[in-house]
Write a protein that binds this ligand. Structure first.
Ligand SMILES: Cc1ncc(C[n+]2csc(CCOP(=O)(O)OP(=O)(O)O)c2C)c(N)n1
Ligand SMILES: [Mg+2]
Length: 389
C-alpha cells in the first residue's frame, strides 16, 4: 500500500488568458488554448442541455413526465467541461440530476426524452425515468436516485478497469472513471467507504463534487463540515484534493479538470475535485426555493455559463450575433422535434414489465431471480428453510 501522501490542493483560479483570435488579442476575452471550433461545440452542447431542460419543465407541467425530475440548468459548464476532458471509453456515473451528463456524453436527446416520458424507446426502456439515464455503449453507468449510491459503484467500475488492464489483460490502456456527486452526498457513509477503498487500492477514479450550495433546502454551510473547502476531505483518504472555483466557466472547468485527468491516467491514483456551481431552478420540480434569497439567485444568474461563453466568443470575434441566434434556433427546433416524437412513442408493452428487473430466471420475471419477499407463502426461501432446521 502506498503511503498516504497528500499533495497541496490545486487552486488554479488565475489561469492564462489567451485570445482565441490571432489578430484580436486586445479585445479577445476567451481564456483557453482551445480552438474556436471546440469552444463553439461546447456552447452548442450547453445550449442543448439548457433547451432540453426548458422543454422538460414544460412537459412535466403538461404531465408527460412521471416521478421525480431534477433540472440541471445552471450547471452545464460542469458536465460539458469535464466530459470534454475525458476519453470516450472512460466510465462516468452520476446522481439523479443526470440529464446534462447524458447529453454531454453524447446520448441522443430523443432516447433521453423518451425515457423521461416513460416510453419504450427510452434509454432504460421507459422504466427508469428522469433519474436513471444509462447508456452502456457510451460508458454512462447511471443516473442513481439514492444519494451517494453511485460512489461505491464508481470505485467498483474503477477496480474493474484496473483489473481488465493489469490482471486479465483485456484492456491495453488506463481508463479513468469519473463519479459525479452532489455536496449533500458527502455525508453518506457509502461515500467514505468508496473513497477509502479507492485510496487503498490506488484506483484511477476521480470523484467530482458538484457543489451547488444546497442539498434540497439545506445549505452546505448548515449541513457539512469544511463547507468552504470540501476538496480538503481528500486528505482523509490519502488523495489529492482540487478546487475549481470558476465552475460557471466551461473553459476553466475543462482546462483545470483536464490536468487532473491526465495525472490520474498517468499515476492510476484517485482524486477528489470540488467544482463550485449553482442550480438555477429548485431542487426538483416541486421546490418553491424559499430558502434562497432573490439577491443570491441574481448574483449567480449573472454568471450564466452560456451567456459567459457566447459573450466571450462574440467579443473575441469568433462568433457573430446572427450565428448565435441561428445556433439557438436550430437547437430549439431539434428539441421541439424530440418532444413531439417522444410524446407519440409507445410505452413499454405489458410483458416487458418484469424484464430486466432482476437477474436470473424465475416465473414471470424474465431474466430475473425473484427476491424472497415476493415469493408465495408455500415457496420457502433458502433462509427460511435453514431457519427451520
Ligand atoms: C439516501 C438518501 N437520503 C435522502 C434522499 C432524499 N434526497 C434526494 S436529493 C437529496 C439532496 C442531495 O443533495 P446534493 O447531493 O447536494 O445534490 P443536488 O440535488 O444539489 O444536485 C436528498 C436528501 C435520497 N434520495 N437518498
Ligand atoms: Mg447540492
Amino acid at each position: 500500500m502506498r503511503p498516504p501522501v497528500t499533495k497541496a490542493p490545486v487552486k488554479q483560479t488565475n489561469h492564462k488568458k489567451v485570445a482565441a483570435s490571432k489578430n484580436d488579442a486586445a479585445k479577445g476575452k476567451v481564456k483557453s488554448s482551445n480552438d474556436a471550433k471546440t469552444l463553439k461545440h461546447w456552447l452548442r452542447e450547453m445550449l442543448l442541455i439548457r433547451e432540453f431542460e426548458v422543454r422538460t419543465m414544460q412537459a412535466y407541467q403538461n404531465r408527460l413526465v412521471g416521478g421525480f425530475c431534477h433540472i440541471y440548468s445552471g450547471q452545464e459548464a460542469v458536465a460539458v467541461g469535464t466530459i470534454a476532458a475525458l476519453q470516450d471509453d472512460d466510465p462516468i456515473i452520476t446522481a439523479y440530476r443526470c440529464h446534462g451528463h447524458a447529453l454531454a456524453r453524447g446520448m441522443d436527446p430523443y432516447y433521453c426524452m423518451a425515457e423521461l416520458f416513460g416510453r419504450f424507446d427510452g434509454c432504460a426502456k421507459g422504466k427508469g425515468g428522469s433519474m436513471h439515464m444509462f447508456d452502456r455503449e457510451k460508458h454512462l453507468y447511471g443516473g442513481h436516485a439514492i444519494v451517494g449510491a453511485q460512489t461505491p459503484l464508481a470505485t467498483g467500475l474503477a477496480f474493474a478497469t484496473k483489473y481488465e488492464q493489469e490482471v486479465i489483460k483485456t484492456s491495453d490502456h488506463t481508463r479513468v472513471t469519473v463519479c459525479y456527486l452532489g455536496d449533500g452526498a458527502l455525508n453518506q457513509g457509502g461515500f467514505h467507504e468508496a473513497m477509502n477503498l479507492a485510496g487503498v487500492l490506488d484506483l484511477p477514479v476521480i470523484f467530482v463534487i458538484e457543489n451547488n450550495g444546497y442539498a434540497m433546502g439545506t445549505s452546505v454551510a448548515r449541513g457539512t463540515t469544511l463547507a468552504d473547502a470540501l476538496y480538503r476531505k481528500a486528505e482523509s483518504y490519502g488523495m489529492t484534493g482540487h478546487l475549481i472555483e470558476e465552475g460557471m466557466d466551461v473553459v476553466t472547468v475543462h482546462d483545470q479538470f483536464k490536468k487532473v485527468v491526465d495525472e490520474t491516467r498517468k499515476t492510476s491514483k484517485p482524486d477528489l475535485v470540488e467544482i463550485r456551481t449553482y442550480r438555477f431552478k429548485g431542487h426538483s420540480m416541486s421546490d418553491p426555493r424559499k430558502y434562497r434569497t432573490h439577491e443570491e439567485e441574481e448574483k449567480w444568474n449573472k454568471q450564466d455559463p452560456i451567456d459567459h461563453l457566447s459573450h466571450d466568443l462574440i467579443k473575441a470575434g469568433e462568433l457573430t450575433q446572427d450565428e448565435f441566434k441561428k445556433m439557438t434556433t436550430e437547437i430549439r427546433g431539434e428539441i421541439r422535434d424530440v418532444v413531439k416524437r417522444a410524446s407519440e412513442a409507445e410505452p413499454p408493452p405489458l410483458d416487458e414489465l418484469y424484464v430486466d428487473v432482476h437477474t436470473g430466471n424465475w416465473g414471470p420475471f424474465k431474466g430475473t431471480t425473484l427476491p424472497n419477499m415476493l415469493r408465495g407463502d408455500n415457496e420457502k426461501t433458502t433462509d427460511q428453510n435453514q431457519e427451520s432446521h
